[in-house]
Design a protein. Structure first.
Length: 409
């Protein structure tokens, strides 16, 4: 068979095969097209809760004494005695003698002042006697002359009036010197100005101290303060902040101070005492002063569990968290913190699964919750996860499995 014949036969077979394949494809049944349902995203939701009670204001700061002074002696001398408890960390009581300066020199000054006063008293008595005699002589002389007007022209020196005044002034001076000497003697006993603690001291028996020389630092135990820097938006939530006056006893704005010790956290009750009348230049915050009375009582365990070592006091220098009772509003709501979206909005899921975008104003954030105001209702479902963006009316599926049509896909 020639090459041409072979080529023609092979081409014919190939053509027949292609024709049969095309026929089979055309005769095959066509698949039925079905419409795919739209994909509805699944979201996690939380609940909107109507606010009840004050909106809390959170801050932090370091505990400092309400009063802290340097202990100085008002007189100088050698220290003769020191209270054994007058040591760093020791507790002091108001009026207790902390240390005593030698009294010998000051007792001598008292005796000297007493002697001077006695001399002045004697001099005054003599001068009063001399003035009495001078007055009697002058009256006798006037009576003999029968000149009543001569009394007005009498020489004061002759009547010893200036001498009497000088003697009285000398007596007053020596009385003041005696009082001053007694005061200096009493100041050899240096006493505690208030109930408190010794922060540091540098005083020992035999030490020479000068008047006005600091020898110790003590702080009061009746109360401590915490300076809490707050933004202006947080400070605006504190009721009556600008009308509070230091030391007026107004405890209307309550607060709670929380400190961590070891494995536990402890709380002490306090109140907002005042605010600083300026904005910090660096942080642009407002310093609010929280005062805690009786801080050295045991703190209350936050978990209510007593520990073997007991509850600690609120120590000066401790870094603490502070929770202040803010304003009580009737238009605030609590939402899960995860529900807050960028642009200060939340996504409400209405009945049927349609998303509604609601702008809100964030008042406060606390833990996993946030206080907000806006067009919300108690019990509404709010998106907390599952989608990163949405549009108004977008359908979603929640944990209940319901979509906009109310059916489970």
């Amino acid at each position: 068979m020639s090459r041409l014949t072979s080529f023609l036969v092979a081409g014919g077979i190939l053509g027949v095969s292609v024709a049969l394949a095309a026929l089979l494809v055309s005769l095959a049944p066509q698949p039925t097209r079905t419409e795919q349902p739209p994909q509805v995203p699944f979201v996690q939701t939380g609940l909107v809760t109507a606010g009840s009670g004050p909106v809390p204001v959170f801050g932090s700061g370091t505990v400092r004494p309400s009063a802290e002074i340097d202990v100085v002696s008002q007189v100088g001398g050698r220290i003769a005695w020191v209270d054994p408890g007058f040591l760093s960390g020791g507790r002091i009581a108001a009026g207790d003698t902390l240390f005593r300066i030698e009294e010998v020199d000051y007792r001598y000054r008292v005796r000297e002042a007493v002697a001077g006063l006695a001399a002045s008293q004697l001099a005054l008595l003599r001068e009063e006697e001399q003035a009495s005699i001078a007055r009697a002589q002058h009256d006798l002389y006037t009576a003999r002359k029968g000149n009543a007007s001569s009394d007005d022209n009498a020489n004061p020196l002759a009547l010893r009036d200036p001498q009497l005044k000088a003697a009285q002034a000398a007596l007053d001076r020596d009385e003041a010197r005696l009082a001053e000497a007694n005061l200096a003697l009493s100041r050899t006993h240096v006493t505690a100005p208030f109930d408190g603690f010794v922060q540091e001291e540098s005083v020992d028996v035999g030490q020479i101290v000068a008047a006005g020389q600091p020898v110790a630092s003590v702080f009061a135990a009746d109360a401590v303060e915490v300076v809490v820097p707050l933004s202006d938006s947080d400070a605006a939530l504190i009721p009556g902040l600008w009308s509070l006056s230091a030391g007026d006893g107004n405890r209307s704005v309550g607060a709670r101070v929380i400190a961590r010790f070891g494995e536990g956290s402890y709380a002490w009750s306090g109140y907002v005492d005042r605010s600083e009348p300026y904005v910090d230049r660096q942080t642009r915050t407002i310093d609010v002063i929280v005062r805690v009375p009786d801080p050295f009582r045991s703190g209350q365990p936050m978990d209510g569990t007593a520990r073997p070592g007991g509850s600690p006091p609120l120590l000066v220098g401790k870094y603490v968290e502070v929770e202040i009772n803010g304003l009580e509003r009737d238009d605030d709501y609590l939402v899960p913190r995860a529900a807050l979206q960028s642009g200060n909005e939340v996504w409400i899921v209405r009945d049927g699964g349609a998303v509604h975008i609601v702008p809100v104003q964030v008042l406060q954030r606390t833990g996993d919750k946030a206080y907000v105001t806006g067009d919300l209702e108690d019990g509404q479902a709010v998106v907390t996860g599952g989608i990163r963006f949405t549009t108004e009316g977008m359908r979603v599926q929640t944990e209940t499995g319901q979509t906009e049509t109310g059916q489970t896909p």
